[in-house]
Design a protein around this ligand. Structure first.
Ligand code: GLP
Length: 239
């Protein structure tokens, strides 16, 4: 695991975008695993800038997002599909048909089929990850075991409260989601985790210094052979 610390979130975003764009420059039809949340927003803005400047083209790239809220249609204002369109896909030259977000209506069989689609695309070349305050990656919440394939999950109260800022109230935050499993994430050839802000510092410390445990889902990254962790100074402050 390689850990890099940047003075601020914007500098980190430039570095994260450079890593992702570099993967696509090297392999134009690369498969990118993408994440939602506030953390990747500046990275997506930088990717759009690089694309507009002609530094990278996503015309042949494919993407698979980590997760989606259960029960939210793709055009719902708070769906992760809509978020991705608004934050990234609408601003780059990617073919919308090459962008994939799990269905929020998937039952177990359809959810697991997402892994089959990823494998058919040749697997994820670089998986971008944020981290939840409880250590979740995608929507893999602390649990007794590590999940395997894409599946339906119940969200914890911490996660629903953390994500309530995007909704009118916490009651509107869906109670369930469909997420890539830990097994799905660990099959990516390369993983890039980004974390910014003082509120992530304790979680980052637990991820880097604590035991590998499904109680701290992100700790599993210690078992992957090609992980880059990018932190801003605040997120790294307790490390
Ligand atoms: C959500 C997403 C995660 C993301 C997390 C942190 O729960 N499912 O993929 O990492 O939020 O979000 P933020 O970057 O807004 O702190």
């Amino acid at each position: 695991m390689n850990v890099y610390i940047y003075p601020d979130a914007q500098t980190l975003a430039v570095a994260a975008a450079a890593l992702l764009a570099g993967a696509v420059i090297e392999k134009p039809d690369a498969v990118l695993g993408l994440a939602t949340g506030s953390t990747p927003v500046p990275t997506y803005r930088e990717l759009a800038r690089l694309n507009k400047a002609g530094a990278v083209s996503f015309a042949k790239a494919r993407t698979f997002n980590l997760d989606e809220y259960a029960g939210l249609a793709p055009d719902h204002p708070q769906s992760y599909r809509r978020f991705m369109n608004e934050q990234l896909f609408d601003h780059i030259d990617i073919d919308p048909a090459n962008t994939h977000v799990p269905s929020g209506f998937a039952g177990d069989a359809e959810a697991a089929d997402y892994d089959v689609q990823i494998a058919a695309a040749g697997g994820v070349d670089v998986q971008l990850l944020g981290i939840g305050h409880d250590g979740h990656i995608g929507f893999n919440e602390p649990d007794d075991t590590f999940s395997r394939t894409t599946h339906r999950v119940e969200l914890t109260d911490i996660t629903r409260q953390a994500n309530a800022r995007f909704f009118d109230s916490v009651d509107e935050v869906p109670t369930h989601a469909v997420t890539m499993g830990i097994g799905t994430i660990m099959q990516a050839k390369r993983i890039l985790m980004i974390a910014t802000g003082r509120d992530k510092a304790e979680t980052v410390r637990a991820m880097l210094r604590g035991p590998v445990s499904p109680r701290m889902p992100a700790s599993v990254l210690a078992l992957h052979r090609d992980v880059t962790v990018m932190l801003d100074a605040e997120a790294a402050s307790l490390r």
